[in-house]
Design a protein around this ligand. Structure first.
Ligand SMILES: [Zn+2]
Length: 245
């Protein structure tokens, strides 16, 4: 089954033939999903016996899943054909993180992985990070969740990789994805809960409402004062959290 990302823009191409001896005006409609949601339509004209490729621009649906695809053809308001095309799979689009070492940008996971293997072999990195909720109600003491895929090189027992994600101030609000010592090199998908606000000297210090950068740090823990010796720190990986009141 063909696979697309949610919100991706594509153009369906449908070859059409007028098998009759008369010219007609037609309307083609493309539907996706079992509820036949109208995704695109195009008017066209075919002379007697003429064939033409009709282009239907489609913005892919936002929800993940398998979608049946149908094409309806109308002439003079009458449905003259309904075709079922191949089902398509919609996956949630994830923004690929830039290279945490040199800032190079990528649109696919495999391009990022190839860049890391060539330019920064054996080093940890973030593949993608996303927020299940982009608009987060700002509440003192509340948390928001960050999902991320990371690559972690091998560690010995007693060491661990710490991937931190934070906005506003690091001290009390970083969420951590921790890869324990003794784990072989590999990719990991984890979830971190980052706190909204910092409680200090009897009051809450909260981030400003609106868009805040979510920063990324990485540490190799297990050595003394690991937090003062980051592999990278305060890197903007393109992730934003929107705090709302
Ligand atoms: Zn790089």
């Amino acid at each position: 089954m063909p696979q697309f990302s949610s919100g991706e823009q594509k153009t369906a191409i449908a070859p059409m033939t007028n098998p009759t001896g008369k010219a007609f005006d037609y309307l083609a409609e493309l539907y996706m999903g079992t509820d036949l949601a109208l995704m695109s339509e195009a008017s066209f004209h075919l002379e007697a016996g003429e064939s033409k490729d009709i282009r239907l621009p489609v913005t892919m649906p936002s929800a993940a899943g398998v979608y049946p695809v149908y094409l309806g053809v109308f002439s003079n308001g009458t449905n003259i054909a309904l075709y079922q095309a191949e089902d398509v799979v919609i996956a949630i689009a994830r923004r690929i993180a830039p290279c945490v070492y040199c800032g190079a940008q990528f649109t696919t996971e495999s391009d990022l992985v190839a860049h890391m293997e060539t330019n920064h072999p054996g080093k940890p990195y973030v593949v993608w990070a996303s927020l299940p909720e982009e608009n987060v109600l700002l509440t003192p003491g509340g948390q928001y969740s960050i999902k991320a895929k990371v690559f972690a090189p091998p560690t010995v027992v007693g060491e661990s990789w710490i991937f931190a994600f934070w906005s506003y101030q690091w001290e009390c609000i970083a969420g951590f994805i921790v890869i324990d010592g003794g784990t072989p090199a590999g990719f990991h998908i984890g979830e971190a809960a980052s706190y909204h606000c910092l409680h200090r000297l009897g009051r809450w210090y909260c981030p400003p409402l609106g868009e805040n950068i979510v920063y990324s740090d990485c540490y190799l823990a297990g050595v003394d004062r690991w937090y003062s010796n980051p592999v990278w720190k305060s890197v903007d990986i393109g992730l934003r959290v929107n705090f709302i009141a």
